[in-house]
Design a protein around this ligand. Structure first.
Ligand code: C5P
Length: 230
């Protein structure tokens, strides 16, 4: 069954706890750079003590030894999933997978959902890049290195599913309703479309955090995901 992961992109741990008090059915939460920098590992312990699965999204991209030590620290904290950038290369991803030891799922970020082909091409000094092929290529590298899966935009899920196999995790941000504001996200789709294409985890921030009724928004997404995913 696909999971809806609530991205806790909020200003403080107490804001996050207040939100979670309104979402008792939430099973997965994502802690990213904002909250981790503000609150540190204590917040992770509070979340795991509430029975939540924590996705620590710090998108590590460093030398293999440093990334492996960071993965070990996440593992000791009880984190269930963590991210590395697939562009960090095979050795870095292999070190991360080894440090995870099957205790947490390390997933490789392929291409940020805020990129289009031109902006990504500029970052890697190439003309406009075919992002679907690039996500496919990076997913192949991530799976060869032994990662549990990848992060990609809704637009690449179907192609990536063929690479990661039936068991691989495909974690998908950039989830938006048809009429919803995209914000800085470029490659977006609905929850139903992402699940139909093969997503296992939908990462959703602003559509829940900024909703007039976050609980209704969360439940709407869960229903949409489960209805297509079952
Ligand atoms: O608010 P929104 O639903 O756009 O939030 C998406 C979340 O997913 C953010 O926390 C963002 O950091 C994260 N993310 C992303 N693109 C990636 C990887 C993670 O948007 N490639």
């Amino acid at each position: 069954m696909p999971e809806v992961v609530v991205a806790l992109d909020l200003a403080s741990g107490s804001d996050a706890i207040r939100l979670l008090d309104r979402l008792p059915e939430a099973r997965w939460v994502k802690v990213g750079s904002i909250l981790m920098t503000r609150e540190g590992p204590d917040l992770i312990r509070v979340l795991t003590d509430r029975g939540l699965r924590v996705f620590l999204d710090l998108k590590w991209h460093d030398i293999p030894n440093t990334v492996a030590e960071a993965v070990s620290a996440a593992r000791a904290l009880g984190v269930s999933m963590a991210t590395v950038h697939a562009l960090g290369g095979a050795h870095m991803m292999e070190a991360a997978a080894e440090a995870a030891g099957g205790q947490l799922g390390v997933v490789g970020v392929t291409i940020l959902t805020s990129h289009d082909g031109v902006s990504y091409g500029r970052a890697v000094s190439r003309p406009e890049v075919d992002l679907a092929r690039e996500a496919e290529r990076l997913s192949r590298e991530a799976m060869r290195a032994g990662l549990a899966g990848v992060v990609c935009s809704p637009h690449e899920v179907a192609l990536v599913r063929a690479v990661v196999g039936p068991e691989g995790w495909i974690v998908v941000p950039g989830i938006r309703g048809r009429t919803e504001a995209r914000g800085d996200q470029v490659r977006v789709a609905t929850a139903g479309e992402a699940v139909a294409a093969g997503a296992t985890h939908l990462v959703v921030g602003r559509p829940i955090l900024q909703a007039a009724d976050p609980s209704a928004a969360f439940h709407g997404l869960v229903e949409e995901a489960q209805c297509i995913g079952s």
